[in-house]
Design a protein around this ligand. Structure first.
Ligand code: URP
Ligand code: ZN
Ligand code: ZN
Length: 476
């Protein structure tokens, strides 16, 4: 469905190789100024208050009244993931299409687990095939550590240096959880090869115990899902990971999908002690609370970590505003309500975990963050693009609007008010957890490597145009 907001593309010719953006307010993580931007052959070639030397066949985009920002980088998606009881509904086409329409120009997907005992390169090969002809914007993957042995440890270096995979995820729960010994061995090696360790922190034993008690008592409705994994399970695992990383020569550590204030306090403490720890949260932990589990359609909100009590949301905002949280990603892991989530209607353990969000991340954070006055436009860029690029080996190719950077941009209209509804979105499922949210401000154009891939709610990109990006090693 088209929003038909502003005829931004009225004279646009898709065959031209250069584009000049005029009259916009150009925002990056450090400045906010009126500038013009010239794009040539997919790269930014000039940024200046007035650009006069540009090719005669250049498209001109009038961005008056709009913010011109680096395209969003969502460093936490799960496209086409097999979670055992289901496969996520968005593949690399519909997932990246949805991302593009929401102002995101690069994703880093968390690869799912492969066959038992497979090596690190196995899943990379599988995922490269998943994405190759499908992605409409640039992409990379985080390595996934299912088990630890000498072969896995020795592969890490080539994953980073030859394959450009400079971050890895370990899970402390689910089927392939790592024990402390494995975590320590992996941390040491990841540090050595200049990779960033990311972690899904939840205490598996505590969850298992609580789950089996709930099942024994017949408490399997969706509302028991958050009770099976309360915030202490997450906070304990965060504290444990922080200490293990410190023991492993202060290995850099990135906490994914942080959802609660206690976990955040442990992160703050570590940072006060100068430990290299970074944190990511997601819009659902800023905007949705555990009252969703009282709804009739509660299964829509089953994800891990679960939504938290209302008071936690303010703590998350506090963490964003004071700089204790570094990035906002989505953990987009989408399942259809009717055919997939409802499998868990009477038993939350049978409901595939996860929700969508790749298209609504940028507008919701812009609306609730910038327009509500909690964060500045610069801070918005820092959270959605600059820090993701810095931490995950993409800067300055991405994450800024500098000469020589990829021409990945989003044009935000701060005046647009859009009521979010599933029929506006471009993913492949039948609901959005953010239905009825009023977004104040909207991404009206997305440019990926110089090409307009979305405008006014209309997708204009092409499957297979996204490139696999070889990321640089992690450097502090
Ligand atoms: O429930 C969630 N978040 N599913 C996706 C996998 C993960 O834990 O990140
Ligand atoms: Zn996770
Ligand atoms: Zn995830």
């Amino acid at each position: 469905m088209s929003l038909n907001i502003q005829p931004l593309l009225s004279d646009y010719d898709f065959n031209k190789q250069s584009t000049l953006i005029i009259n916009g307010i150009v925002v990056d993580a450090h400045s906010e100024t009126k500038q013009q931007i010239l794009i040539e052959n997919g790269k930014i070639s000039q940024v200046a208050p007035a650009i006069t030397d540009y090719p005669s066949d250049t498209n001109i985009i009038d961005a008056a009244g709009l913010y011109v920002m680096p395209g969003g980088i969502d460093v936490h998606t799960h496209f086409n993931i097999d979670v055992g009881i289901s496969r996520s509904a968005d593949d690399f086409y519909t997932g990246t299409r949805s991302a593009a329409c929401g102002g995101t120009t690069m994703i880093i997907d968390h690869m799912g687990f492969g066959p038992r005992n497979c090596n690190l390169h196995h899943q990379l090969k599988v995922y490269k095939e998943y994405a190759l002809d499908k992605a409409v914007i640039d992409y990379s993957f985080h390595g996934v550590i299912q088990h630890v042995n000498d072969e896995i440890l020795s592969e890490m270096q080539s994953m980073v240096e030859e394959e450009g995979i400079s971050s890895f995820k370990m899970y402390l729960t689910y089927g392939y959880k790592l024990n402390d010994d494995e975590v320590l061995r992996a941390l040491h090696q990841l540090n050595k090869v200049n990779a960033l360790t990311t972690v899904h922190p939840e205490n598996d034993a505590a969850i298992a115990l609580r789950r089996s008690k709930l099942i024994e008592e017949g408490k399997t409705a969706a509302k028991y899902h958050p009770i099976s994994r309360p915030l202490e399970c997450e906070a304990e695992a965060i504290a444990r990971m922080i200490n293990l990383a410190r023991l492993a020569d202060n290995t850099p550590l990135y906490i994914v999908h942080l959802s609660n204030g206690l976990g955040l306090d442990y992160i703050r403490l570590a940072r006060n002690n100068k430990q290299p720890v970074w944190a990511e949260t997601c819009p659902q932990y800023l905007l949705l609370d555990d009252s969703c589990y009282e709804r009739e359609d509660a299964v829509k909100f089953i994800l891990s970590p679960p939504l938290r009590p209302k008071e936690e949301l303010e703590k998350m905002w506090q963490g964003l505003c004071d700089g204790s949280i570094d990035t906002v990603a989505t953990d987009h892991c989408s399942f259809n309500y009717q055919t997939q989530k409802l499998q868990g209607k009477d038993d939350f353990t049978k409901c595939p975990n996860g929700m969508s969000g790749v298209e609504t991340r940028m507008p919701l954070l812009f609306s609730e963050g910038v327009m509500s006055g909690r964060i500045t436009p610069r801070h918005f860029v820092e959270l959605t693009s600059y820090m993701p690029a810095k931490l995950f080996g993409l800067y300055p190719q991405k994450g800024c609007l500098a000469v020589g950077s990829d021409a990945d941009l989003v044009l935000f209209d701060p005046k647009q008010k859009v009521k979010i509804s599933q029929d506006l979105l471009h993913d492949n499922i039948d609901y959005t957890p953010f239905e009825e949210f009023e977004s104040h401000g909207w991404p009206v154009m997305t440019i990926s490597c110089g090409d307009v891939v979305a405008c006014n709610g209309e997708f204009m990109g092409k499957a297979g145009n996204g490139r696999f990006i070889h990321r640089k090693p992690f450097l502090q």
